[in-house]
Design a protein around this ligand. Structure first.
Ligand code: NAD
Length: 267
């Protein structure tokens, strides 16, 4: 066999593989983000919870001995270069997770809501990645993990802004992977189906209205129809995948999109 130099990092797992790492989780005060913050902290990282919900962010950061950054990413002054450069400097693991949903047919979709969703779920991840890369490149290590969705890979009616933003995030993640490879920076998406979080609970009533069915039929008739496994994903299951993507074991995983959708996208 030709002796091609192929230095592999030490991939032996140990209980706290993220010890010494600094992670930032947007939307880290609730749902998937909160589960991710707990998992990364369990694995040794110092976690910064970046969220507009002050009380929840401060409470969770205390619980996991991390820190909080109370920020509304839809406030333009919060995402200026001057604000982002110090906040992202020295971050080893960036989890782009903050997201919102709006369910409405295109012809009734408020353009202001469309713009808000695109800003929060596509432009803000771009700005955060842009601010995080210089120090990641300087140290030769970085993990960008983008919380996409099965809706980054598949469409559903009445979710034009969300599906558009998540498809865009898939592209951004792949470009980041290509540019970051030679600097030790990986970038990946995770693609859950419906997860048991406040975002989904809030959506059940809206789905009932647009589909014209009772709320108690939304789960079986709308949300889980495409899945082979008929249950919601748990936030901790998504967090476990993200914990692995952040670890040294995943050093060769980049530009990928990992579904956790109970088989939805197998169709
Ligand atoms: N729940 C699901 O079924 C599901 C499925 C696939 C993907 N996702 C994605 O997972 C991510 C998290 O969703 P979730 O279900 O945990 O939602 P969630 O509503 O439980 O949590 C979202 C968090 O983001 C924060 N946030 C929202 N807007 C913000 C802003 N402008 N600035 C700062 N923080 C803000 C909220 O305060 C909240 O803490 C989203 O990107 C979502 O698209 C969710």
């Amino acid at each position: 066999m030709t002796d091609i130099p192929n230095p592999a990092p030490d991939t032996v797992s140990f209980p706290r593989p993220l010890a010494g790492k600094r992670a930032l989780v947007t939307g880290g005060a609730s749902g998937i983000g909160a589960a991710v913050a707990r998992t990364l902290a369990d694995r040794g990282a110092h976690v910064v919870i970046a969220d507009r919900d002050r009380d929840a962010a401060e409470q969770l950061s205390k619980e996991i001995s991390g820190s909080s950054w109370v920020v509304d990413f839809l406030d333009p002054s919060a995402v200026s270069d001057a604000a982002l450069a110090p906040a992202l400097d020295g971050i080893d693991i960036l989890v782009n997770n903050a997201g919102i949903q709006k369910v409405s047919p295109i012809e009734e979709f408020d353009p202001a809501d469309f713009r808000r969703i695109l800003t929060l779920m596509l432009e803000v991840p771009f700005l955060l990645i842009r601010a995080a890369l210089p120090s990641m490149y300087a140290q030769g290590f970085g993990r960008i993990i983008n919380v996409s969705s099965v809706h980054g890979l598949r469409a559903s009616p009445f979710k034009s802004a969300y599906v558009t933003a998540k498809h865009g995030l898939e592209g951004l993640s792949k470009v980041t992977a290509l540019e970051g490879g030679e600097h030790g920076v990986t970038s990946n998406c995770v693609n859950p189906g419906y997860v048991r979080t406040p975002l989904v609970e809030k959506q059940i009533a809206d789905q009932a209205v647009v589909h014209g069915i009772p709320e108690d039929e939304v789960l079986s008739k709308i949300m889980l129809t495409e899945s082979a496994i008929k249950r919601l994903v748990e936030p901790a299951e998504v967090a476990s995948l993200i914990g692995w993507l952040a670890s040294p074991d995943a050093a060769m995983v980049t530009g990928a999109s990992y579904t956790m959708d109970g088989g939805w996208s197998a169709r």
